[in-house]
Design a protein around this ligand. Structure first.
Ligand code: GLN
Length: 312
């Protein structure tokens, strides 16, 4: 409601200023070399309400790649393309407690399926399930879907990041080969990875992220156009994974400290939702040891506590 947004507008700058020093406790991701160019001390946020009112502060216009945040939306597209039964035959529903790029548990659930769709192994499997007659068509469908969710027809790839990850993505490549050997991943490994690397490299700013988040917050309806973009059941599944696995192996702590469904990426982006009301996009490229934005998590913690937003 209006008074909530007015309060946010009044206090957001001070909260961002108080969280910004936490950038110095983190490191910008460098395993994808191109990501290391991001500004270490940046921090920005956009909060978008269902009536279209927005509050932004800090470096909210910084452009960054979705990285793992994209996994939430490719999961949704795969569910829309194939239905629940087909998707969950290939990927599980449980958190791992391991790093996002771990291969450790790929032998545990038979027949060697990834624990959940938000770890890399699971998301690569999900990429293989996107409908399309070629990798180019699959990627085009994903980009088109993301553009509609963000209400921004100009969303595009950061080609530098895409090439950088493609050149250095041997860990992801090795996971994909293992999954193919298990009969979980079908098709050509290089083609599946191309789809995966491309959706990770789609570039956004905090406003794009907030708009995508708002569609989830509103049960799949874009409240600004009235259009239903995602079936409600798919949103329910996505929000559940965001709560249990969205912040990697810090999801339990995040649920306690913030208490909102969220998804982070190694670019330092965080998408969060206040169910029924608000979409939130945050960026802060300096990451903590778990791969989440240091200052971004601090900022969300502050705002959630001040506004009593926790769902729990
Ligand atoms: N593209 C990144 C990777 O595959 C995504 C990981 C992330 O954001 N945690 O390693």
């Amino acid at each position: 409601n209006t008074s909530e947004m007015q309060l946010l507008e009044r206090r957001l700058d001070a909260w961002v200023a108080a969280s910004r020093p936490y950038t110095s406790g983190g490191k910008v991701a460098s395993y994808i070399p191109e990501l290391s160019k991001a500004p270490k001390d940046a921090l920005g946020i956009t909060i978008l309400a269902a009536d279209g009112k927005a509050a932004s502060s800090g470096d909210s216009e910084l452009r960054f790649t979705l990285q793992s945040i994209s996994k939430v939306f490719t999961l949704i597209l795969a569910l829309m393309d194939n239905g629940e039964a087909a998707v969950f035959a290939k990927v599980g529903m449980e958190p791992t407690g391991d790093n996002f790029n771990s291969m450790l548990k790929l032998e545990l659930v038979q027949p060697g399926i990834p624990f959940n769709p938000l770890i890399n192994a699971g998301a690569i499997t999900v990429s293989s399930l996107i409908r399309g007659s070629s990798p180019a068509e699959k990627s085009a469908r994903i980009l088109q879907f993301f553009r509609r969710l963000a209400g921004n027809s100009r969303l595009a790839y950061d080609t530098g990041v895409y090439l950088s990850e493609s050149e250095t993505g041997d860990l992801n490549r090795s996971m994909a080969y293992l999954l193919r050997d298990h009969g979980v991943l079908e098709g050509k490994v290089d083609e599946v990875l191309d789809v995966y690397f491309r959706h990770c490299s789609i570039q956004v700013d905090c406003a794009d992220l907030a708009r995508m988040a708002l569609v989830l917050a509103c049960g799949g309806v874009d409240p600004l156009t009235g259009e239903t973009l995602i079936p409600r059941r798919c949103v329910q599944i996505a929000k559940t994974f965001m709560t249990t696995c969205g912040m990697y192996n810090a999801s339990g702590e995040f649920a306690i400290q913030v208490g909102l469904p969220a998804k982070s990426g190694v670019s330092g982006g965080v998408l969060a939702i206040v169910p029924g009301r608000l979409g939130i996009g945050v960026v802060g490229p300096a990451l903590n040891a778990k791969g989440n934005s240091c200052a971004g998590v601090h900022l969300l913690e502050t705002i959630s506590k001040e506004m009593s937003w926790s769902m729990f």
